[in-house]
Write a protein that binds this ligand. Structure first.
Ligand code: FES
Length: 164
């Protein structure tokens, strides 16, 4: 099992996050959001730590982490790339775009590329169906995307904050 958060970071997390939210009404969501923001994920070691500190079962914590798509168990990449799979985009060939993205990045949806550059995230309708099919990279909107546009979109973002 990979360890994403070190023990000293957990102590810091206790002081700065858990103690801050401990006595609030429903602290779990806020604590999990803080983990996601700090570490790009809510890994098992953080879940276990929260469980011990807050006296909440790990089963319950894991249930919340698995239920909400904003949380992930492993760190997210530098860029979050999502092909919209809402109805309009689906009709306009989103599934072919998904296949192309997965092939070019050699990873599957819900995963992060080995170089940590991209996390492929599931994306629902982003509200601009007239531009279908749509690809979002972070908050950048790309409309009427063709399969041939994808290498350019990837290359543009790979140049920003990624090793390669
Ligand atoms: S279905 Fe993709 S933008 Fe609406």
């Amino acid at each position: 099992m990979s360890i994403y958060v070190l023990e000293e970071q957990l102590n810091e997390f206790k002081i700065e996050v858990i103690n801050k939210y401990r006595d609030t009404k429903s602290p779990l969501m806020q604590i999990l959001q803080e983990s996601q923001k700090r570490y790009g994920c809510v890994p098992v070691e953080v879940q276990e730590f929260i469980s011990k500190e807050m006296n909440i079962t790990t089963a319950k914590i894991n249930g919340v982490v698995s239920f909400y798509s904003m949380f992930s168990l492993i760190p997210s990449g530098r860029h979050i790339l999502g092909v919209c799979t809402g109805t309009a985009c689906y009709v306009k060939g989103a599934s072919r775009l998904v296949e192309r993205v997965e092939a070019l990045l050699d990873t599957e949806y819900g995963s992060t590329t080995e170089d940590g550059c991209f996390t492929l995230a599931h994306t629902r309708c982003v509200g601009d169906c007239a531009q279908a099919p749509v690809i979002m990279v972070n908050d950048e909107f790309n409309g009427k995307v063709t399969s041939d546009d994808i290498p350019k979109i990837i290359a543009r973002h790979r140049g920003k904050n990624c090793k390669k």
